[in-house]
Design a protein around this ligand. Sequence first.
Ligand code: GLN
Length: 279
Amino acid sequence: MNQPIPTYQQLLRDSGLERIDAQVLLLHVCRQNRAWLIAHGDEMASAAHAAAFAALSARRRAGEPVAYLVGTREFYGREFAVSPAVLIPRPDTELLVELALELAPPAARVVDLGTGSGCIPVTLKLERPDLFVSAVDVSPDALAVAMDNARRLGASVQFHESDWYAALAGQCFDLIVSNPPYIDQHDPHLQQGDLRFEPRGALTDHGDGLSHLRAIVAAAPAHLVPGGWLLLEHGHDQGAACRTLLHEAGFAAVATRRDLGSNDRVSLGQLVRPDDCRA
Ligand code: GLN
């Protein structure tokens, strides 16, 4: 016997998902927005919509992140393409962007190390067209996603495949920003939620969580002009360690800023003494 055909609202209710996740997946399948759901929620779902929604709901129930299922995530008011080759952009990282926008002088040269989806450099360029923005990532698959985002959103950003500064020899910047993999390899969060599906190498250094931060700080003076800034995103318990690293590398005006959740999230410092980049 045929099952009665469910309405769109019934699909949502019976999905076994959190309502917001179910809505996002259903609207993705139907290529519609919330207003459409309010108007058409009581209509019979088409067989194609119901089948596609059932497939995505099953994957969500198995833990796959919504952002990977729909292929996009909003960051700083814009929609970025994401795939399992890149970390899903987090609201925490908007703090890094805001600080960079405050500190970058007119026409500054900015580089983002470990760019992933490219949400940082693309946002910086679109918010501040005067900036000269470049970005590197060690993963060619991540760079493909980042370049696609830059092209689609119309941001002119120079991308390089590079293990941190490897491809930047002799290049000088006014601002270096990075959201590197900073999670301790033993942190239980790696076994929970979305993180289980994200690229391991974008989350953890497979060590104490500080090794990439150390490498980025240590080599920054060779790539910063006098007066240039280094901005690092880090874990909520890594602020003191990052400030020590920055002091040891000769940075001044060292400070840590909190994110919207009141966690230490970004540490920064200004290079005062000239090193390899003389103005
Ligand atoms: N902020 C991310 C998290 O804790 C981690 C991002 C990173 O390692 N750079 O989920």
